[in-house]
Design a protein around this ligand. Structure first.
Ligand SMILES: [Zn+2]
Length: 356
């Protein structure tokens, strides 16, 4: 008798690495479909979305120990194919996306709602197989159903960057209505989310970018001032004297790191906050500590989000108050081209992989 399974059904197509190195270590091949634990959900992947962590993982870092072969991919959307025996809140056939933050669910941090402080906190695709494959699995609590009015494409583009930007600007920066915020590098995934969230919270948004096309797109997202940093390498002076009338900005979002950190501190007004979710140009730099104590600045780090923040920001996306921005979609087979494209910083918004 026929059933749903054919003799190939245990195997799926995936983008994975067998060794660390350059981006061309990413290969396409067949791997086993993951087996579910009772609390897990198997999702047939429609779209995956790229993040900078992919490149870091391919290159590897000291102390990183992942089992090979390893499937990358932190963001993804799709249709639930199978649920574990203990799963009660979602079922087969539902359209879903995921919270890419994984935690133990049992420690004091997890139980108090601070999942991203958990000792075993990790990101989907970091230590467990990710989404760049035909079927991926996550714990039930990481699944979120998406409404009919949201496409699976936009749903895949949202989670990691929006949950990061939401925690960054609300919990960590405590951005208030009427404040000035500077967001470096308008085109990045977190930045396109942060610009929208900052406007949603009622702030005046200043952002920087590298060409006229991106300036136009940043303005469409709601940015009040968009500066071309290639044409105006001393844009800090313009921000300080012209835009903030020599007061400085209240909040800087600095995900650039080495190249911008010192200037970000200089541009803050007394009592201002620098929030950092990453350092794309490098994590080590020299800073003038006097900037911090004289102006009584706060320098605040942020990584991912907790479950509450994830669900808060996804609700705003479901209500169409925030909109994921998709720059380009590559087929799974062209994953290396997609990673190169992201790595070169050409994008404005998210780079996606179409899986099936
Ligand atoms: Zn925990």
């Amino acid at each position: 008798m026929f059933n749903n399974y054919n003799f190939n059904s245990e195997i799926m197509k995936a983008a994975f690495i067998k060794n660390h190195g350059d981006l061309d270590q990413l290969i396409i091949g067949n791997l086993d479909i993951p087996k579910l634990k009772p609390n897990e959900v198997l999702i047939q992947t429609k779209f995956g979305a790229l993040n900078h962590i992919d490149v870091f993982l391919i290159k590897g870092w000291t102390g990183l120990n992942i089992k090979m072969p390893h499937i990358l991919g932190s963001d993804g959307s799709g249709i639930i194919k199978e649920v574990g025996s203990a799963v009660t809140t979602v079922s087969e056939g539902e359209r879903v996306t995921i919270n890419p933050g994984l935690s133990c669910g049992k420690c004091q941090f997890c139980l108090s709602g601070n999942q991203n402080f958990c000792k075993s906190f990790s990101i989907m695709g970091e230590h467990q197989w990710g989404t760049y494959c035909e079927f991926f699995k996550v714990p039930e609590e990481n699944v979120i159903k998406i409404p009919d009015n949201l496409s699976l494409m936009l749903a895949a583009a949202a989670p990691l960057t929006f949950l990061t930007a939401w925690r960054l600007l609300t919990t960590q920066a405590n951005l208030l209505h009427g404040e000035f915020i500077l967001i470096h590098g308008a085109g990045g995934g977190v930045s396109t989310a942060a610009i929208q969230i900052a406007k949603f919270l009622g702030a005046t948004v200043i952002t920087t970018t590298s060409n006229s096309e991106k300036i136009k797109k940043a303005k469409e997202l709601g940015a009040d001032y968009v500066i071309n940093y290639r044409d105006n390498p001393n844009f800090g002076k313009y921000v300080f004297t012209e835009i903030t009338k020599r007061h400085g900005v209240d909040v800087v979002v600095d995900s650039i790191g080495k190249l911008t950190f010192q200037n970000s501190l200089r541009l803050l007004k007394p009592g201002g906050r620098l929030v950092t979710p990453g350092a794309t140009t490098g994590p080590i730099t020299e800073i003038d500590i006097r900037q911090i104590f004289w102006k009584q600045l706060k320098v605040i780090g942020s990584t991912m989000s907790n479950q509450r923040e994830f669900r808060e920001v996804m609700k705003l996306i479901f209500e169409n108050k925030l909109k994921p921005i998709v720059d380009k979609i590559f087929p799974l087979e062209l994953v290396v081209d997609a990673e190169n494209y992201l790595n070169e910083g050409k994008q404005f918004g998210k780079v996606l992989l179409k899986i099936s």
